[in-house]
Design a protein around this ligand. Structure first.
Ligand code: PAF
Length: 294
């Protein structure tokens, strides 16, 4: 596995591979990798000739008072995970490489960035879309792999790639969970024993709602009620919403199309998100569609 730190070195490394017709896979991350990232890298390695993993804690997607300064880091562990999962290249740029002095151009996502996390993290998806667009331009991947846990991020990214005519397929990979159901997240590292125990009610509520859906329940209100009841152990709920998978608009009464049930909640000072997919045509699959841009 090669490690590169500059855009020039990355381009020099990838140019001949692209000329040879190699299929390039890309997994953008902010580091402190876990098996959720491992599964993205493994999927890329299985489907592509070359897999690039970037580790870059992107300052523009953090709001004031968020955890940018304390974001967990463990480069040695990350390198081992990348190597073991099959990455070919690890891209480790400095902030000044991505945002040099004078930087002033941003990608402004539209309506898809407004609901759910967008309502609580102003500017977050502008920062995500900007850095992902820049990384896509640097790597020029054929396929890019994102985790379903950040569902809104996958939808915003797919829209951005389509709208800006980026020739990349955005592939969404199902959430990897701990043995007890907690969605894997770098931010789980912030949870102490009590918070870790209480955080479990998020996945328990979502999976209970999914079980009810699989058993035939289609009422939006009743499915939301199952989740809300389960969230008694969190300290505050930002949102629990059942929305259309494509446009992220709330489903008024019935789950009559592909939907995603999304939760954001604080356990102590840690903000956690999770979701489950409902597909009326084939209940029980829960897998995310492959999203193709043109
Ligand atoms: O999901 C993440 O880790 C980040 O939002 C991403 C996609 C790497 C952009 O900084």
């Amino acid at each position: 596995m090669r490690i590169v730190r500059t855009i020039a070195d990355l381009r020099a490394l990838l140019r001949p591979l692209r000329e040879e017709g190699k299929r390039i896979g890309f997994v953008p991350t902010m580091g402190f990798l876990h098996e959720g990232h491992g599964s993205l890298i493994r999927q890329s390695a299985a489907r592509c000739d070359v897999t690039i993993v970037s580790i870059f804690v992107n300052p523009t997607q953090f709001g004031p008072g968020e955890d940018l300064a304390n974001y967990p880091r463990d480069l040695e562990k990350d390198q081992n995970l990348c190597l073991e999962a099959g990455a070919s290249v690890l891209f480790l740029p400095e902030v000044s490489e991505i945002y040099p002095t004078g930087f002033q151009t941003h990608v402004e996502p539209g309506r898809l960035a407004e609901p759910l996390c967008g309502g609580f993290r102003p500017g977050h998806f502008r920062g995500v879309a900007t850095v992902v667009a820049k990384l896509f331009n640097m790597v020029q991947p054929d396929l890019a792999f994102f985790g379903q846990k950040d569902y809104q991020q996958t939808v915003v990214t797919r829209r951005m790639a389509r709208d800006l005519n980026m020739p990349v397929d955005v592939v969404v990979v199902p959430t990897v969970r701990e043995a007890d159901g907690l969605a894997m997240s770098s931010r789980n590292a912030y949870l102490d024993e009590d918070a870790r125990r209480r955080a479990l009610c998020i996945s328990q509520g979502l999976l209970a709602a999914k079980a009810a859906f699989d058993a035939g329940e289609r009422s939006t209100e009743r499915l939301l009620e199952i989740v809300r009841k389960s969230l008694a152990e969190v300290d505050s709920i930002q949102y629990a919403e059942l929305v259309d998978t494509q446009n992220l608009e709330p489903l008024p009464e019935q789950v009559d199309r592909a939907a995603v049930l999304c939760v954001a909640a604080y356990v102590g000072t840690t903000r956690l998100i999770d979701n489950v997919l409902f597909t009326p045509a084939s209940p029980g699959t829960g897998s995310a569609p492959t999203l193709k841009s043109s």
